[in-house]
Design a protein around this ligand. Structure first.
Ligand SMILES: *Cc1c(COP(=O)(O)O)cnc(C)c1O
Length: 385
């Protein structure tokens, strides 16, 4: 019976060290978390610039709620598309250098919307093996043929493209890989997209706001102009931007097509206008956020230098995502628990989120951390190693 199957499946997750648990935070997102009444220094969030609980955003959200209420009341194509959404889309397009942008409620939904709108049966998607789960799901939903290439391997990608006789081709990649922190070779991906007449969709969930001039993201980091008609840029607004939501920036034609065809845009309630108001304030802080980004880089260097000669391998990540490779699921959990006992909260990331045998601690840094907080994590990890 299905009941027994579920119970035994849950038991084996527990036995394999793979059972997930929620922890309830009793404080807003920030470097100091409170769980079960206990204060902890948190290295878990994607709030890279420390904006999630910034008073400027809080005030903009409150003012937005007073002016616009709480809910949009309908989907964007019915009556849920309000002036704050329009203003935010225009700003996001200008900020990322694309002709037009379209808001989605989450990054997951944006990805699920984009891929099936562009490709279907008879087409092929070429995807990096370490792409985010939402991109994998998006390919499945599209019914296009899925071709996965070894992580960051342009030569492998080119072999697949050269062999393919698919009608439409789409290359799909994270810009910053969420569990490894490294960057995709974006200039090479764009060059292959041009050479093989493919679309290129870039998911910049972890680069938007953090990388590039004024935080314009990974394309800016690599000096890639947006002019290419084959390029779609997806950024999320729940990480560095500190709120929630996502956007796709692209040419006028592509955005118009997504508006007609992306089902996760069409068949869902428009995001709250107060979030759009908070995000306008967030973009101001991102644009003028060089000091925050410089502090974040300093913390990243401090952590990497501090852990350089422990027995655990650091992955080659230049970003705020700093994974400490442990390997074994149980050991990763044991170390995460030992840190937790010392008041340091670092998540243990295990399969299926990462490949088998590569369980890791995923340290994520924020501009809201102090050097002293990072020093205490370094000291504890040195001690446990
Ligand atoms: C977080 C993340 C998403 C999903 O974005 P949400 O707004 O949280 O739904 C998509 N892609 C990548 C690479 C991510 O890290």
């Amino acid at each position: 019976m299905i009941w027994d199957e579920l119970e035994s499946a849950l038991d084996s997750l527990e036995a394999d060290g793979l059972k997930r648990h929620q922890r309830t935070l009793e404080a807003p997102c920030g470097p100091l978390a409170v769980v079960d009444g206990r204060p902890l220094i948190s290295f878990c969030s994607n709030d890279y610039l420390g904006l999630a609980n910034d008073p400027v955003l809080v005030e903009a959200a409150c003012a937005g709620a007073r002016a616009w209420g709480v809910g949009s009341g309908a989907s964007h194509l019915v009556s849920g598309h309000q002036s704050p959404h329009v203003a935010l889309e225009a700003r996001l397009a200008a900020f990322t250098g694309f002709p037009r942008a379209l808001l989605f409620s989450t990054g997951y939904m944006a990805n699920l919307g984009i891929v099936p709108a562009l490709v279907g049966r008879g087409d092929a998607v070429f995807a990096d093996k370490l792409n985010h789960a939402s991109l994998l799901d998006a390919v499945q939903l599209s019914r296009a043929e899925s071709q996965r290439y070894a992580h960051g391997d342009l030569a492998a990608l080119e072999r697949l493209l050269a062999k393919s006789s698919a009608k439409r081709k789409l290359i799909l990649s994270d810009a910053v890989f969420s569990m490894d922190g490294d960057l995709a070779p974006l200039p090479g991906l764009l060059e292959l997209a041009q050479r093989y007449d493919a679309w290129l969709v870039i998911d910049d969930a972890h680069g938007f706001g953090v990388l590039g001039d004024e935080g314009r993201g990974s394309l800016a980091h690599f000096g890639i102009g947006s002019a290419a008609q084959r390029l779609l840029y997806m950024g999320t607004l729940g990480k560095a931007a500190g709120a929630s939501g996502a956007f796709v920036a692209a040419s006028q034609t592509v955005i118009e097509w997504l508006l007609q065809r992306a089902r996760t845009y069409i068949f869902t309630t428009g995001s709250s206008p107060l979030i759009a108001c908070a995000l306008a304030a967030s973009l101001d802080l991102i644009e003028s956020g060089d000091a925050r980004r410089a502090h974040l880089s300093e913390l990243t260097v401090q952590l990497r230098d501090g852990l350089a000669d422990t027995r655990w391998q650091l992955l080659p990540s230049p970003t705020a995502i700093q994974p400490v490779l442990i390997g074994d699921n149980h050991e990763a959990l044991r170390i995460a628990n030992a840190l937790y006992e010392r008041g340091l909260w670092v998540p243990a990331i295990r399969p299926p989120t990462v490949p088998r045998g590569t369980a890791r601690l995923r340290v994520s840094l924020s501009a809201a951390h102090s050097a002293a907080q990072v020093a205490s994590l370094v000291a504890a990890l040195q001690d446990l190693a």
